[in-house]
Write a protein that binds this ligand. Structure first.
Ligand SMILES: [Cu+2]
Length: 424
């Protein structure tokens, strides 16, 4: 009896843990964030992990007044064009803090005390500043601290603001058909110099010297590679909830929402194809009539404090075979490259019995024991998708504190038609 009730108790505990786990993570699309018109944020300290085993003190915006985990980057605020948006800020740090919203006009601030750029919340957690503005124009924006930004943005007080358009808000970035997408992903690019974080951690704020600034970690959405590719809300990365793993099917379009979230420029390169830059700083480059400033780019330089939106397409054109698996009589898919329609794969694939699945894991004590991939499992790419590296083309930025590979890097996966994307 005792055992049964113990088991029952454990069962109920596990069940409630699972319920709590799922309740804590609201349903989300490919861009994780919080929606609404009123947001409550608290600036507070916390620690982030880097993929080679580092841990650094950060300051970040948490979702909640006096509660919630500090996040790096801060919560992505997702609103609709025309919304009157209010952001309430509380402060649990040891110095005043604030938020500025570049690209938004007529931002009003109430509460707190006046600072250089906007009103600031005093430390101590009792002060609240409210910022209000009308999200007049759709697009990708950033928000960050307007108080000692050379220190506070480095420490992590930066996030993304997405304003959805009134026209087709689920499938367009702007009120223009050139901004149509099938999947959208956020790429907030940043870097940190751990010496500054160690000095702040030790309370030696006066020793922070920006003239010797030397970053050795580079990040997408606050994570270093390969952590970029683990799922969103990974419990191992409680202060870095956002991942970065773009996925698509051939013929589809990805919207890249790129943000310069640090103090260095990062040339972001999409292998697989060029991308078309359709907007900068929330302002469309495609006019639809007359001159069109949108441009195809091999690499887009993502500038600190600035944003860029681009559309990436991949159709498998000129592969010399039909990557959709069509026979000649099948209809053409949207954007399919017609000359390759129905062409067979040019080599004979081995049968299952002929395939030797090799060892996985390196045998390194950090990665666990060596083993074999079970036959038919397909390894780490179970649907045999095409993988392309998307990364900083300043290639010293694809390391973690000098250890390659890592840093500002992720992989983009093109799955075969019909394969369900697990990061849609
Ligand atoms: Cu490259």
């Amino acid at each position: 009896m005792e055992n049964t009730s113990k088991r029952k108790t454990i069962g109920i505990w596990l069940l409630s843990a699972v319920v709590v786990l799922f309740a804590a993570f609201p349903a989300h699309g490919a861009i994780d964030g919080i929606t609404g018109t009123t947001f409550n944020l608290t600036a507070r300290p916390g620690y982030i992990s880097t993929a080679e085993g580092g841990s650094y003190l950060m300051w970040g915006y948490a979702n909640g007044i006096g509660s919630g985990a500090m996040q790096y980057p801060g919560p992505t605020l997702i609103v609709n064009q025309g919304d009157v948006v209010t952001v309430n800020l509380s402060n649990q740090l040891t110095m005043p803090v604030s938020i500025v919203f570049p690209g938004q006009s007529a931002v009003t601030a109430t509460g707190g005390t006046p600072g250089l750029l906007t009103r600031e919340a005093a430390p101590g957690g009792t002060d609240t500043v409210s910022y209000t503005f009308t999200a007049a124009q759709p697009g990708t924006y950033t928000y960050y601290s307007g108080t000692r930004p050379e220190l506070q943005i480095e420490m992590g007080l930066v996030g993304a603001l997405i304003v959805r358009p009134t026209t087709n808000p689920a499938t367009q970035a702007y009120n223009h058909p050139d901004s149509q997408f099938d999947h959208e992903y956020l790429f907030l690019l940043s870097e940190i110099d751990p010496i500054i974080h160690d000095q702040v951690s030790a309370g030696n704020m006066a020793l922070v010297d920006n003239t010797t600034y030397f970053p050795v970690y580079w990040m997408i959405n606050g994570r270093t590679g390969p952590d970029t590719m683990t799922p969103a809300n990974n419990p191992l990365l409680p202060n870095q909830p956002y991942n970065s793993m773009p996925m698509m099917h051939p013929g589809e379009k990805i919207l890249l929402r790129m943000i310069g979230g640090g103090r260095d420029m990062h040339p972001f390169h999409t292998h697989g194809n060029h991308h078309k830059v359709i907007a900068r700083d929330g302002r469309l480059l495609s006019s639809g009539v007359g001159a069109d400033l949108a441009e195809m780019a091999f690499t887009t330089t993502v500038v600190p404090g600035s944003t860029a939106d681009a559309i990436f397409g991949w159709t498998g054109d000129r592969l010399g075979w039909d990557m959709y698996g069509h026979t000649a009589g099948d209809p053409l898919q949207p954007n399919e490259y017609a000359p390759d329609h129905g062409k067979p794969f040019p080599v004979t694939l081995p049968t299952q019995l002929e395939v030797t699945n090799g060892q996985f894991f390196s045998g390194s004590p950090f990665l666990g024991t060596m083993g074999y991939i079970p036959p038919g499992e397909g390894g780490f790419n179970p649907n045999s998708g095409f993988l392309y590296m998307w990364h900083s083309h300043n290639e010293k930025e694809i390391v973690n504190n000098d250890i390659f590979p890592g840093g500002l890097m992720t992989m983009m996966i093109i799955e075969a038609p019909g394969v369900v994307l697990d990061n849609p």
